[in-house]
Design a protein around this ligand. Structure first.
Ligand code: ATP
Ligand code: MG
Length: 162
């Protein structure tokens, strides 16, 4: 579907904000204009649900902060989304593996927390099916950022012939 990614993402963050009112602070940095994308809504929802849920659950912090930044590069017709947490972080040697099927950084902890270890592997498949990229950067004990880069619709006026 053709979707304004800006309002789509805002609605998802609204929902998380309501269900985690007293435990997580969400900080949004969004452009104040629509960013049109051609996406499978249910699939993209699954990606964002997983990444934001990870940002919340892989944290012992008593002051949980999840920063969500959306920006667009009009020259290249791409958007970049950053989801940054102040959680446990991921050791440098393990960061390349988190997109692998069934991989969990801490097996003991993962068992307690439930889940399958498939969330990011599925997210990567979905993002790549949208001609996008997903990657992570992290500092152990400080936090993690997940980045998602996606194509946006070219709404350049020059393209409108009639
Ligand atoms: P599922 O998503 O299937 O419920 P999961 O959350 O364990 O299970 P993924 O979402 O694929 O699986 O994440 C894989 C692993 O990467 C996690 O088990 C965790 O160890 C690590 N990880 C993912 N996101 C973060 C994060 N924001 N901070 C720290 N570690 C993370
Ligand atoms: Mg997950």
């Amino acid at each position: 579907e053709l979707v304004d990614f800006n309002s789509f993402l805002n609605r998802i963050v609204d929902r998380f904000e309501m269900s985690h009112k007293d435990t997580v602070t969400f900080i949004r940095t969004f452009p104040d204009e629509a960013i049109f994308t051609e996406i499978a809504l249910d699939k993209m929802m699954q990606v964002l649900d997983n990444v934001i849920t990870n940002a919340i659950k892989y944290s012992n912090n008593t002051d949980k902060r999840v920063e969500i930044r959306l920006r667009q590069n009009k020259l290249y017709n791409r958007l970049t989304l950053q989801i940054k947490d102040n959680g446990l972080g991921i050791p440098a040697g393990k960061i390349n593996r988190i997109f692998d099927r069934f991989y969990r950084v801490d097996k003991g902890r993962a068992r307690k927390m439930g889940g399958t270890g498939l969330g990011l592997a599925i997210s990567k498949e979905i993002i790549e099916a949208h001609e996008g990229k997903i990657w992570a950067s992290s500092i152990e004990t400080e936090g993690t950022s997940i980045y998602i880069n996606l194509p946006i619709m070219n709404i350049d006026e020059d393209d409108w012939d009639d």
